[in-house]
Design a protein around this ligand. Structure first.
Ligand SMILES: Cc1cc2nc3c(=O)[nH]c(=O)nc-3n(C[C@H](O)[C@H](O)[C@H](O)COP(=O)(O)OP(=O)(O)OC[C@H]3O[C@@H](n4cnc5c(N)ncnc54)[C@H](O)[C@@H]3O)c2cc1C
Length: 425
């Protein structure tokens, strides 16, 4: 029997497994369905990873390589080409079961004390957003195009329109340009970009690629391959405004219209999902409502920077190790629920357990609009301000993060609301 099974060998799974080993677990297994460890980072050959963690600008494979190197120094067992199919939670302290399959060992039922869910995200496709028009070849999700280009070595098109200004779309606008394609426009439905500001500057502005905010694709034409795309402006109700159509002659459409956490296993195990994040509901130590099952990384909520993925996953790995060694370290004195207030779209964790030894709690969330100077305020059920954090600028594309002081949490009445207050300068 394993002490810990980690599902997914991306940056989240790698960090969780390394940390659990460091904390003393010796029977750890990582299951990865791909042929190699590293997750989505393997296809992200641009730089910009690890600025916080390593104080260096690394490429995705270099960042993953650092963690793979750390893992190779441990005795953690890795099974590649292995798909986890089902988790059956153990009842009343019995071990959990993980069902998995691979070509070498066939169907396996593995037993473990703890599980870390680190399955990452998948991309939303054309079907998910119902773009009108014909169904020619040449329409890809940005991540699929990135894989074709960076891993398989295929150029996916020459004249490109990108729908959605998420980070993957922005990165691909630059990548396609560097490979000789003409990126005609990046089109975004919302009045602001959902990507990082640094990616707007470095991937669009630096290459004179126009960004059309409050616009969307209203038609795609082409018999075998994409030939023309119509882009229209949208009003505040997000409906196309007649008469604003622009027609682009192009052969390729890349979609960067959002990521969906891969939570089929989580749902199948009966773990509560938060509709705001589409990830599991977790406590402050990344534990789900099922004791001994933890979640971290993009499967929990969509992250902007991998550095946060690694830090969060180390917390999950450490908590899984503590669970295996001692069960819950201390009984929780009480639980504070977190809720999102004005200007905030979700919080992770969703609940904080207070123990006899006071500890600060990290909270991650996103805001719902672009602002200048603002305050992030935590207010308890009695209307008391528990903490306040100043920010010079907030944007939905950038994940926010506050640390609630231990002392402030001790007296706070549940639920605690995190809200945004715009500050006039
Ligand atoms: C295009 C793009 C550009 C980015 N640019 C940056 C950047 O510049 N800087 C930055 O810091 N961050 C960037 N990021 C974000 C960062 O790469 C992600 O936040 C990070 O990779 C998430 O790690 P993860 O381990 O949660 O998920 P993933 O990397 O997706 O790993 C999940 C792993 O789980 C495996 N898996 C899933 N289901 C199963 C199963 N049932 N059984 C077995 N294995 C399974 C998958 O095969 C995968 O290997 C970028 C992301 C993308 C997509």
């Amino acid at each position: 029997m394993y002490e810990l099974i980690v599902i997914g060998g991306g940056p989240a799974g790698l960090a969780a497994a390394c940390k659990a080993w460091e904390e003393g677990l010796r029977h750890i297994l990582v299951l990865e369905r791909d042929q190699e460890l590293g997750g989505i980072l393997n296809q992200c050959i641009h730089n910009g990873f690890g600025l916080q963690r390593f104080k260096e600008e690394l490429t995705g494979p270099e960042y993953a390589g650092r963690f793979i190197g750390m893992l190779q120094k441990t005795g953690v067992e890795v099974r590649l080409d292995t798909m986890a199919l089902q988790i059956v939670p153990g009842q009343d302290g019995a071990p959990h079961q993980v069902h998995a399959v691979n070509g070498k060992n066939g169907y396996q039922v593995l037993e473990t004390r703890a599980v870390v869910l680190a399955m990452g995200c998948r991309e939303r496709t054309r079907g998910a957003i119902s773009i009108p028009g014909e169904r020619p070849a040449g329409i890809f999700t940005a991540g699929a195009a990135q894989r074709y280009l960076n891993i398989e070595g295929y150029m996916v098109g020459r004249r490109v329109i990108i729908l959605g200004s998420g980070d993957i779309g922005l990165i691909m606008a630059r990548r396609m340009t560097l490979e000789g394609a003409k990126v005609l426009a990046c089109v975004e439905l919302l009045p602001y970009s959902s990507g990082l500001t640094r990616n707007i500057v470095q991937c669009l502005n630096d290459y004179d690629i126009p960004l059309y905010l409050s616009h969307t694709i209203t038609d795609i034409r082409g018999h075998n391959r994409v030939e023309q795309v119509t882009v229209s402006e949208v009003g505040p109700d997000r409906r196309p405004i007649p008469g604003t159509e622009m027609v682009f002659d192009c052969d390729t459409v890349l979609l960067s219209v959002g990521l969906l956490p891969e939570n089929e296993l989580t749902r199948g195990a009966g773990i509560d999902i938060d509709p705001r994040t589409s990830g599991a509901k977790v406590y402050e130590n990344m534990e789900t409502a099922v004791p001994g099952i933890f979640a971290c990384g993009n499967v929990l909520h969509v992250h902007d920077l991998v550095d946060y993925v690694s830090a969060e996953s180390e917390r999950a790995g450490a908590a899984a190790a503590a669970y295996v060694k001692t069960g819950r370290e201390e009984a929780a004195l009480r639980t504070i629920a977190l809720q999102n207030g004005e200007g905030i779209t979700y919080t992770v964790p969703q609940q904080i357990r207070l123990e006899a030894r006071p500890r600060p709690a990290e909270v991650f969330f996103r805001v719902n609009r672009v602002t200048g100077a603002a305050a992030l305020v935590a207010e308890d059920a009695a209307g008391r301000e528990v903490a306040r954090f100043r920010r010079g600028h907030l944007a939905p594309g950038e994940m926010e993060h506050i640390v609630l002081p231990a002392a402030a949490l001790q007296d706070a009445a549940s639920p605690l609301t995190i809200r945004m207050e715009e500050v006039s300068q």
